[in-house]
Design a protein around this ligand. Structure first.
Ligand code: DGY
Length: 326
């Protein structure tokens, strides 16, 4: 394990494995040490901070069977390389769906309604004059148009929440999601339309070559000046410098971000100085029960692969083609 995570992970693993736990709280700061530690291991349980590439796989050696990530996104793992070597890559699948959708919706409300500014205003004792007809005026959420990029599990869970706010839901996705369309009335639209029509645009796609900097100057300029951009997926889906320009130039009204291109954002990141943003420290899945469920799934995935059984969530299904796994 590259670092300690919530129970029951260690409880489950230590029944069957000899477990080495990395000390790092942050990114594998000392990669050299990690490369030494990983030698001859059959399994790695990592987090999204750990870049697991060919160097790590080489260092582990031929015995490495499974890389189990304590995350649902696996963009930190070289999947192609793992698959080529017959290494299973597992993830936490859908156990974090509802918690992440809750947080996305929290940003959809907090950003236009200026919740954080209001809180700061009160605790900084700036609220002196009593009720004020013009104090902290924001924008409505109810009845507005919500654009969802990536209508998978989390996107669909956000759409379900949006129905309660009577929102018109547009989505952009590689494939139609008929079930979610039926449940929520979401309508598939092309990329330009979603940028132009959305009052709130929320990102729920995975990060890959196609979605890297998907949101950039060109399409930010297409958005309504009253629109809000919400990101609880991965920071690199947005070109952050272009977003800063868009917020400064008022091409859009605001942004609610739980993820950044660099985490934590550099001290010089201009987003930190802006009023029209709500910024969170990548806490989409951060509830006690979800993080514990993720720990359970990550540990079980790892053991299932070692027992030649199908893991709960496999990120590289093609690796199983030649294996007899049941
Ligand atoms: C994930 O799992 O991919 C989230 O970003 C963190 O829980």
């Amino acid at each position: 394990m590259t670092r300690k995570i919530l129970q029951p992970a260690l409880r489950i693993l230590s029944k069957e494995c000899l477990v080495t736990i990395g000390k790092g709280k942050d990114q594998l700061s000392d990669k050299g040490e990690f490369l030494k530690e990983v030698k001859n291991k059959h399994a790695i349980l990592c987090t999204l901070l750990d870049k697991i590439d060919a160097t790590v796989m080489d260092a582990a050696g031929e015995g490495l069977k499974v890389i189990s990530s304590y995350s649902t996104g696996v963009d930190h793992i070289d999947i192609k390389e793992a698959t080529k070597r017959g290494i299973y890559v597992t993830c936490t699948g859908d156990v974090l769906t509802e918690s992440t959708a809750d947080l996305a919706f929290a940003l959809i409300i907090a950003t236009p309604r200026r919740i954080i500014q209001g809180h700061n205003f009160v605790i900084q004792k700036k609220w002196v004059g009593g009720w004020d007809p013009e104090l902290l005026l924001g924008s409505d959420v109810y009845g507005k148009t919500l654009g969802i990029i990536g209508l998978g599990r989390i996107g669909s869970a956000v759409a379900r929440r949006a129905r309660g706010f009577d929102m018109k839901i547009y989505y952009h996705n590689q494939h139609r999601n008929i079930l979610s369309e039926k449940l929520t009335g979401a309508r598939l639209v092309d990329f330009d339309s979603i940028m132009i029509e959305s009052d709130f645009l929320t990102l729920h796609c995975t990060l890959n070559n196609r979605t890297y900097h998907l949101i950039n100057e060109t399409n930010l300029r297409q958005m309504k000046q009253t629109a809000f951009l919400i990101n609880t997926a991965r920071g690199h889906i947005i070109n952050e410098l272009h977003l800063i320009k868009a917020l400064q130039s008022k091409w859009i009204a605001g942004a609610g971000l739980d993820v950044f291109e660099t985490e934590p954002p550099l001290k010089t990141n201009l987003l930190l100085k802006m009023e029209n943003v709500v910024l969170l420290p990548h806490i989409g899945s951060a509830t006690v029960s979800t993080r514990a469920k993720m720990a359970e799934v990550a540990a079980n995935n790892l053991l299932l692969v070692l027992h030649k059984r199908r893991p709960i969530a496999l990120a590289n299904p093609s690796v199983a083609k030649h294996d007899q796994i049941n």
